[in-house]
Design a protein around this ligand. Structure first.
Ligand code: HEC
Length: 170
């Protein structure tokens, strides 16, 4: 006779594990910002490809901004608290002259928060696809480069348009 799966204890374990991972995710959110649940209130604004495999930022980067930051994005900043930029970073696959998105490899976040004076009011985070945070030094690894565009509130991306059609909705 087959062993009967011990369902009640399985469920108890799953519940425990879920509770633990939710608590961990909440603790992480306080420190470094968390993965957005979805991109429903975000718009795609910009893309860049860094094609040198030696570069730590190698990959296709697709950037999104949430509704809270959209108007400021059109104006070139400054950004209100609650603005969130999300970068989805994909591996680059090569097939002759074609470069395409491969596996999703990381998520870059910039979130405008109260405080965070060291980083211009932005919380920078780099997350693995499962939402866990990579250990980074937000000042050295992120902010110092972003100071190049201090006058746009540290945001590089700008609205793009082809004729009347743009990646930045009007
Ligand atoms: C060497 C310079 C450099 C470093 C280091 C860097 N970035 Fe950026 N980042 C850029 C550039 C350039 C863009 C805009 C890309 C483009 O031209 O489309 C950008 C764009 C972004 C955006 C979209 C908003 C914007 O400014 O356009 C986010 C979010 C972001 N970076 C997060 C990060 C995080 C998190 C880190 C650290 C892990 C980081 N960046 C490190 C240069 C850098």
């Amino acid at each position: 006779m087959l062993p009967v799966p011990r369902l009640p204890s399985l469920i108890a374990w799953t519940t425990l594990l879920l509770a633990a991972s939710t608590a961990a995710a909440e603790a992480e959110r306080d420190q470094v910002g968390a993965m957005p649940q979805n991109l429903d209130d975000h718009e795609f604004i910009n893309a860049v490809a860094i094609d040198d495999p030696e570069n730590p930022l190698h990959g296709f980067h697709h950037f999104y901004v949430n509704d809270a930051g959209m108007e400021a994005f059109r104006q070139g900043g400054p950004y209100p608290v609650g603005t969130e930029f999300v970068g989805l970073i994909y591996e680059i696959t090569r097939d002759g002259p074609i470069r395409n998105e491969g596996e999703g490899k990381a998520i870059a976040l910039m979130e405008k928060v109260e405080g965070a004076e060291e980083t211009g009011g932005w919380r920078f985070a780099l997350l693995a696809p499962d939402g866990s945070a990579h250990e980074i030094d937000p000042v050295k690894d992120c902010f110092e480069c972003h100071t190049e565009v201090r006058e746009r509130d540290f945001v590089f991306s700008q609205p793009h348009h082809v004729g009347e059609l743009g990646w930045t909705p009007k």
